[in-house]
Design a protein around this ligand. Sequence first.
Ligand SMILES: O=P(O)(O)OC[C@H]1O[C@H](OP(=O)(O)OP(=O)(O)O)[C@H](O)[C@@H]1O
Ligand SMILES: O=c1cc[nH]c(=O)[nH]1
Length: 201
Amino acid sequence: MSPAQGSRRSPAPARATARRDGRAVLDEADIARALTRIAHEILERNKGSRDVVLLGIPSRGVELARRIGQRIAAVEEGFDSVGALDVTMYRDDLRLRPARALGQTTIPEQGVDGKVVVLVDDVLYSGRTIRAALTALDDIGRPRAVQLAVLVDRGHRELPIRADFVGKNLPTAADERVTVLLREYDGDEAVLIAKDEGGRR
Ligand SMILES: O=P(O)(O)OC[C@H]1O[C@H](OP(=O)(O)OP(=O)(O)O)[C@H](O)[C@@H]1O
Ligand SMILES: O=c1cc[nH]c(=O)[nH]1
């Protein structure tokens, strides 16, 4: 087992229920349906789950990967190749933003060499998080292929990156922010869109 590997951890305990700032574009049932569809699309694209490894990007991507994994296991019994890939130290904006806490990296025991790694994240925006994930993955092994599943693609890419599996394509303005709330982290379940008062970029 490499230093990056470890046993699977359960999600962080839910914080107090998050305030719903913004307009809800997906509710709990919409999120559940989107994840079920993505799970089936992953199976279809890869002709089953034999070589598939799901790696969620902290924080909420980890829980989404777990849920997609559960849905795959409902179709293909025994599937449990689900882990997490922290990208914090691989970001290209480390010097531009306040220090971030490290997330978890948990690679399933069979590793990623020769596998089809499906990266899972909640929102795809500039593509920089996924660029960092691809670099982080380089330090772990050499997958046969890497695919990307996201709950929301909000556009505004800054890099040539696209998702293979998308829960919802959501046209947004650059000054908006998409927030994914998940019960395990936020005590609530929704996708919200609001004006980005903080001006993230
Ligand atoms: O395509 P990008 O422009 O990189 O944006 C997408 C990323 O932004 C969010 O993470 P954020 O950095 O806000 O941290 P979080 O996971 O703690 O929400 C989101 O979870 C994605 O990982
Ligand atoms: O709107 C955005 C942009 C980046 N990351 C998010 O989670 N939401």
